[in-house]
Design a protein around this ligand. Structure first.
Ligand SMILES: *[C@@H]1O[C@H](CO)[C@@H](O)[C@H](O)[C@H]1NC(C)=O
Ligand SMILES: *[C@@H]1O[C@H](CO)[C@@H](O)[C@H](O)[C@H]1NC(C)=O
Ligand SMILES: *[C@@H]1O[C@H](CO)[C@@H](O)[C@H](O)[C@H]1NC(C)=O
Ligand SMILES: [Ca+2]
Ligand SMILES: [Ca+2]
Ligand SMILES: [Ca+2]
Length: 704
């Protein structure tokens, strides 16, 4: 038979846990200039205490000479000298000589150089004691506390278990009720007050075609704060929703249709209160589909509940449409699709209604029309505005456009087409008051007649009528329909043009030294179809319809020296008799030479009777035919002449066009022909060609 002998060793083997400590030489007396330090620490869960049983040292003020100092981890406890009896020590000193739990005590003794008499010193007994953690009301055990030597332990009442923090007593209230379709769930302890520090989780899970329905039966009483906040709380969670937290005395709306076949009931409590909790009866019912299939749409038919197998038409709301990338047989139109309620309570198929997008407005590239905001947002109800690139244009309609529900931009007043930038016509940048004619004319100032054009190669004039078109007389360009004509604008001194035409200066260079000069090129020349083309001067007896349109190669960059003139507003069948206007050009002047400067003069329309057929400039025997498409005008010594052909006759006379009542300048005549350059010239009556001009331009631009 084997016997086991067990040897119990002290807990702290290296240092004994009780014993004596005394001054050097005790009890015979301590020497001068002695120094003695001592330190002991308590094992964990213990304190160390010291009991002085004898003290006999030299006495001095504040123990300056010889002293015994005792301290713990928190600081000095006492500083001693002189004599004290055991009773004195027990009552006033010893109770304080204690370390903190698991802390240390330090003792320091020293003597100075002399003693008047012999002193025996001190003697003390040290020992360790268990800490009674349970005596501390702040011990963290939520139910019972048990002290033992070197530690403590929390205990729980029956039915509770100690949580992993070793202090909290809690209950096992989490249940997995998966598969159960009918039953009850109650707070732990029901119908008595529920457990403290509970974290209950009840898991319910049924077939995915069913939804769980919760009914709160019996009392409902969950601790609530004064502000209505939940101190303890009940929550019901499904994968997609959360109900609660619930608390107080009023049960949640019952029955609670969770819409889900998976539900977790969560109940959590704190350490206070005596409330009784809840009891829930759970059961199941078939799942229903939500009354919304997708946002921004409506359903037909409208039912209070949709069940498995129900079919609905889903129609996107106004301003929303199905994304065109979505495909499926169920899509009925760009706004509508069919969906079915599935057994699992979801709709299928589901397409999404997106806000209608009008896209970036299609503003013609390179034109004067611009968006005020270059990067607009372009979905349903978004707004855009237009502007023109410069002050030389004006919007024909200045209104806001909105993206409508069909994805089109539409104006406030319902227009589907964007506005146009029309050239501002018949206005000069600086109206110069002084003025005077060609024959008997005055020189024009830069920018004074900014619509005046000059065809050097044809020795003729023209007028700019918008940023792309000019008019001239048909006879000026007859035979040149196939050529690209160089046309000068912004010219008052001919030298810029002469440099280009006669000395081979490059147009770019000429423009650098003549800042107002603009060089344009014709793209297409359109002579009036009823003009008799290809006749020689000798053959010609008829200048009827002496008008041509010139389409320029590119948009004119309008500026102070090149601006268009307006056309007459409408055909009024006006007699030009006594109408005063200005004619301008580069024609022969009084000296019979071509002018090097742009000249202008004011003339007056003659009565019709004075304009009748008149001898040609070639022969007094042959008469030029006068037609309704002409008028004649002049003044003694003031007339247009050879070389002025194609140039403008405009009303009001120069210098008065910017005055509100008179302006803008309008092109009433085109210099056409005359017998002699004296006092009467013949002009094409522009008023008669307004329709032809409009239709021709529209036709040409629509073909671009
Ligand atoms: C409660 O649960 C804990 C941890 O899940 C377990 O350790 C303990 O034994 C249980 N107690 C009871 C009474 O069921
Ligand atoms: C509950 O039990 C079911 C089986 O009965 C299991 O599949 C499921 O994972 C469990 N849920 C939880 C939360 O423990
Ligand atoms: C469209 O649906 C979204 C998301 O549901 C919502 O925020 C928005 O208000 C809806 N728009 C309209 C016009 O109803
Ligand atoms: Ca001394
Ligand atoms: Ca203890
Ligand atoms: Ca509570």
């Amino acid at each position: 038979m084997i016997r086991l002998f067990v040897l119990f060793l002290p807990l702290v083997a290296s240092q004994s846990i009780s014993g004596w400590v005394e001054s050097p030489g005790y009890p015979r007396g301590y020497p001068d200039e002695a120094k003695f330090d001592w330190k002991r620490c308590a094992p964990s869960g213990h304190t160390l205490s010291l009991t002085l049983i004898h003290l006999d040292m030299e006495d001095s003020d504040e123990c300056q000479n010889d002293a015994l100092e005792i301290s713990n981890d928190e600081g000095k406890l006492v500083s001693l000298c002189g004599q004290k009896s055991y009773e004195e020590l027990q009552s006033s000193v010893n109770p304080s000589l204690r370390s903190s739990p698991s802390g240390c005590l330090m003792l320091s003794f020293h003597s100075d150089y002399s003693n008047t008499q012999r002193h025996s010193g001190f003697r003390a007994f040290y020992t360790v004691q268990d800490v009674d953690e349970c005596a501390d009301l702040d011990n963290r055990c939520t139910q019972f506390c048990g002290n033992y030597i070197g530690g403590y332990r929390c205990f729980c009442r029956p039915g509770y278990y100690l949580d992993t923090d070793d202090h909290t007593c809690t209950v096992n209230c989490s249940v997995n009720l998966s598969g159960s379709t009918l039953g009850t769930v109650s707070s732990p302890g029901w119908p008595d007050s529920y457990a403290e520090y509970a974290q209950c989780s009840y898991t319910l899970s049924v077939d995915d075609g069913l939804q769980l329905v919760l009914e709160f039966t019996g009392n409902f009483d969950i601790q609530e704060g004064e502000e209505g906040e939940c101190i303890d709380s009940l929550k019901v969670k499904t994968p997609s929703r959360e109900f609660g937290p619930f608390c107080g005395q009023k049960p949640p709306p019952s029955p609670l249709l969770t819409g889900s076949h998976q539900v977790t009931i969560l109940f959590s409590t704190d350490g206070t209160g005596t409330n009784t909790g809840f009891t829930i009866t759970y059961k199941t019912t078939a799942k229903t589909c939500p009354s919304i299939v997708t946002s921004n749409s409506s359903l037909t038919p409208q039912l209070p509940q949709y069940r498995y197998g129900d079919k609905v038409n889903v129609m996107c709301d106004l301003g929303y449409a199905l994304d065109t990338s979505q495909v499926g047989n169920e899509i009925l139109s760009h706004k509508e699709f069919v969906s079915w309620c599935q057994r699992t309570g979801v709709w299928s198929p589901v397409f999404h209604c997106e806000p209608v997008d009008c896209g970036n407005p299609d503003v013609p590239v390179g034109g004067p029309l611009q968006l005020v905001n270059h990067n607009p947002s372009t979905t349903y109800k978004d707004e855009i505005r237009f502007q023109c690139e410069s002050k030389y244009y004006r919007l024909d309609r200045d209104e806001k456009y909105f993206c409508d529900a069909e994805g089109n931009w539409r104006s406030e007043s319902g227009h589907a087409t964007f506005p146009k930038c029309e050239t501002v016509c018949g206005k000069t940048e600086n109206e110069i008051s002084s003025f005077s004619r060609i024959l008997g004319g005055q020189e024009a100032q830069p920018g004074e007649i900014p619509w005046q054009l000059w065809f050097y190669s044809r020795r003729g004039g023209g007028s700019l009528i918008n940023d792309r078109w000019a008019v001239t007389a048909a006879h000026v360009v007859d035979g040149y329909e196939e050529s690209t004509l160089r046309i000068y604008g912004g010219l008052v001194q001919a030298k810029g043009a002469y440099g280009i035409e006669q000395r081979g200066v490059k147009p770019e260079d000429a423009m650098k030294t003549n800042p107002g000069l603009v060089v344009l090129y014709s793209q297409k020349i359109l002579i009036h179809p009823q003009y008799q083309r290809g006749l020689t001067d000798v053959e010609r007896l008829n200048f009827d319809n002496d008008i041509a349109l010139i389409k320029l190669k590119s948009r004119v960059n309008l500026g102070p020296t090149i601006l268009p003139i307006c056309l007459p507003e409408k055909k009024e069948g006006l007699s030009m008799e006594n109408k005063v206007g200005t004619v301008s050009g580069w024609g022969l002047n009084e000296g019979g030479v071509l002018s090097r400067k742009l000249l202008h003069t004011n003339i007056v329309g003659y009565p019709h009777s004075d304009c009748s057929d008149t001898p040609t400039h070639l022969s007094k025997l042959m008469k030029m035919i006068f037609t309704e498409n002409m008028f004649c005008a002049g003044e003694q010594g003031h007339d247009s002449c050879k070389g002025d052909s194609g140039g403008p006759f405009f009303i009001p006379r120069l210098g008065s066009g910017n005055k509100e009542s008179k302006g803008p300048y309008r092109l009433y005549g085109i210099v056409s022909w005359g017998a002699e350059c004296k006092d009467k010239g013949y002009y094409t009556k522009v008023e008669n060609y307004l329709d032809w001009i409009k239709e021709t331009i529209e036709k040409e631009e629509s073909e671009e």
